[in-house]
Design a protein around this ligand. Structure first.
Ligand code: PLP
Length: 398
């Protein structure tokens, strides 16, 4: 009998967290690595949010709360959906969990069984396929194309749907591409979901991080029918620079939310009481800091996209949201450095880390090998230096 379960043996650690760990280890040795690996804002959590947490501690708000979060937090989430998306939810349709990732995990545990198929458009967030598989279901990867703005085509979706299709996952704006769906795109997808009776899991964590005046639309807001078939996964991590606080939330049909709450009650119980108080302030308090952070991201995006597209052999889709770019470096595959050939995104990312001392995540981890993901949630100074280094390193490849 082996020590580890099949489940544990089938898993590898999150590659984005692994790259960051390697970059940090190099930095600890005194090597000046520029990291484009991070999946988190470089800003501090805004002051009003930090103050709310300190107040919570001082006032002794340090005990268990209801499993799915306090009524106060649920009400702040309900208000957010009303204010931002015109969506009306009841408390019984909302659950707070220990980060958006945990929200998704509990959702997968609540609705997927062996034999279920879950459509995952690629490039995808690294955690979707393993979390679907951990629930026993089968991820069905459907590729999207750079020239279509990395959006799912209806023909490809139709081909992937079978009677076993339980759900489709959409992530708009997207990690890693920065692509985003318009209202019309979403309406087409909703039509498919309704006619083929599958759920849409809508990961809206980058809702607020959009550029050029893009108007974000929530899938659930399109109609009452699609709202009943949509589960929104969301959280405070990206919008409010709160990745370490671990608060995510889910909105959806009561039956599903209640099952998620049962699962949570037998695993983590409530998310941290103090972080819940901070999240109430994040969602209900001043949104001014969000605008500042987003405009800084937009300025960086403009710079980085311009530089990348000027590099010979590199092309890069202009992101509509999130804080990543996903340049295509595949014209360099097949070239070599000091006799060593680079043939895929993993080898290119290794090369960039070893030679350029720039950390980036290979596209293969997101199901798209021609690409590499660069996060611009880092200072303008580092972005400039990092791009200089990448440019120099690419010139050394023959
Ligand atoms: C960061 C992220 C999440 C959730 O992050 P948490 O830190 O767990 O709240 C969910 N989906 C995507 C696509 C993300 O990039």
């Amino acid at each position: 009998m082996s020590v580890l379960s099949n489940r544990a043996r089938s898993l590898k650690p999150s590659p984005t967290l692994a790259i960051n760990a390697k970059a940090k280890a190099m930095q600890a040795q005194g090597i000046q690595v520029i990291s484009f690996g991070a999946g988190e804002p470089d800003f501090d959590t805004p002051q009003n949010i930090r103050a709310a947490a300190i107040r919570a501690i001082e006032e002794g708000f340090t005990k268990y709360t209801p499993v799915g979060g306090t009524d106060e937090l649920k009400d702040a989430v309900i208000k957010k959906f009303q204010r931002d998306n015109g969506l009306t939810y009841k408390r019984s349709e909302i659950i707070a969990s220990c980060g958006g990732k945990h929200s998704f995990y509990n959702l997968a545990q609540a609705i997927f069984d062996a034999g279920d198929e879950v459509i995952v458009p690629a490039p995808y967030w690294v955690s979707y396929p393993p979390m679907v598989a951990l629930a026993g279901a089968t991820p069905v990867i459907v590729e999207t194309k750079e020239e279509n703005g990395f959006k799912l085509s209806m023909e490809d979706l139709k081909k992937a749907v079978t009677p076993k299709t339980k759900a489709l996952i959409i992530n708009s704006p997207s990690n890693p591409t920065g692509s985003a769906y318009t209202k019309e795109d979403l309406e087409r997808i909703a039509g498919m979901a309704l006619s083929h009776h599958f759920f849409v899991i809508s990961d809206e964590i980058y809702e607020k991080i959009v550029y050029d005046g893009f108007k974000f639309i929530s899938m659930a807001s399109l109609s009452e029918e699609i709202r009943k078939r949509t589960i929104i996964v969301h959280g405070v991590a990206k919008t409010y620079a709160m990745t370490g606080w671990r608060i995510g939330y889910t909105a959806g049909p009561e039956e599903i939310i209640s099952a998620m709450s049962n699962i949570q009650s037998q695993s983590t119980s409530n998310p941290t009481s103090i972080a819940q108080k901070a999240s109430v302030e994040a969602l209900a308090g001043s949104q001014e800091e969000v605008f500042k952070m987003v405009s800084a991201f937009e300025e960086r995006r403009n710079y980085i996209i311009d530089r990348l597209n000027k590099m010979p052999g590199v092309s890069c889709f202009k992101p509509i949201g999130s804080f990543y770019v996903f340049p295509n470096f595949s014209s360099y595959y097949g070239r070599s450095y000091q006799g060593k050939k680079i043939s895929n995104s993993t080898e290119l990312a290794d090369y960039l880390l070893d030679v350029a001392r720039v950390a980036a995540v290979p596209g293969v981890e997101f199901g798209a090998d021609p690409f590499v993901r660069l996060s611009y949630a880092t200072s303008m100074e580092d972005i400039k230096e990092g791009l200089n280094r990448i440019e120099e390193a690419l010139k050394k490849l023959f």
